[in-house]
Design a protein around this ligand. Sequence first.
Ligand code: UDH
Length: 361
Amino acid sequence: PGQLKTPPKLYPHGKCLADVLPPVVRVGPLTINLIKAPSLKKVQMKNRYVTPGGYFSPRHCFGRYRTAVIIPHRNRESHLRTLLYYLHPFLQRQQLHYAIFVVHQVLEALIRRKEGSRLVPGRVRGSWEPSRDTFRYLCPIDLYWYRYRRFPIFFGYRPILSDTDTFKYRTVSLNTSTAGNATFNRAKLLNIGVREALRYDDWDCLILHDVDLVPENDHNLYICDEYYPKHLSSAMDKFQYSLPYWAYFGGVSALTPDQFMKMNGFPNTYWGWGGEDDDIAMRIRLSGMSMTRTPLSIGRYKMIPHDRDSGNEENSHRHNLLSNTRKTWRDDGMNSLHFQLLSREKIQLFTNITVDIGEAP
Ligand code: UDH
């Protein structure tokens, strides 16, 4: 999948299509319509070059950046459809090699009750990589973002990570009946998303993305800062397109796998609404990094209006937990992550990772 079947067409003057396409295919401010969520079929029809698992690679050139978008999810299917509708074309215009991972929280007991108890051992197919034998030019550099330019990726430069783990496999639908009313844990789902995404590719950048935030400007590049974690959703309409407070790091953020591991990932102990984003901001500082941020004029997002979800009530322990972050961050995070993986499915527009993360203590 995703492989270029025929070599790029050579133009009379000996150039490839990448050279005759304008270097910047982005449009800037976008019109977002949140009135009705599109169907998955419609999103699929609009994104015909996206391959199963939600993968895309520019067709006429090598994407300079490999980006994994990780979305924590439960009971928000219409938000997910809206986000996918806008996000796929957005990422394609940025000429990224990308994939979208949705980490879906369910309760295994409910799945068993609903679909019977037989779990079938299965295999994950090998990871996907653009064809190495077809010559493609690197995607044009965008001079405006020159400082993000990295050493070019040559053929054979990156290892193919193969994944042949045996695991309990079954198709778990995104519907709400298996979600149960266990408390939601956003940060833990993001940790799981990172761990799973890294099985599939050697990503340059991990984008941790709330399902209800739709980017409004495609100059907001989904690539990482070389040195520090980057906060992308700096101007949300919910907060009148400004920051609710200076250290805010919620919504959408971008970290390289190295930055993520340096801060031991995100905390696993925040159950319910609030606090985990402030813990993450504190971890960044405690691990010796600072935060960078997309300018407010570009990091604009529309939030899909919603009520507080059941099972995501305000976390009354959050202040307590936050006051202990300094002591706990080294032991609570990627090195203490436990969960039950129920399925990994490559469906047309994204990779669906279904997990049971247990319930709040
Ligand atoms: N989410 C779900 N299902 C749930 C609850 C949350 O999928 O039942 C996910 C979803 O991706 C959502 C994210 O968790 O986008 C965040 O949850 P939320 O949308 O309830 O959070 P909210 O929009 O956060 O209320 C706005 C920022 C508030 C400032 C935080 C101050 N620390």
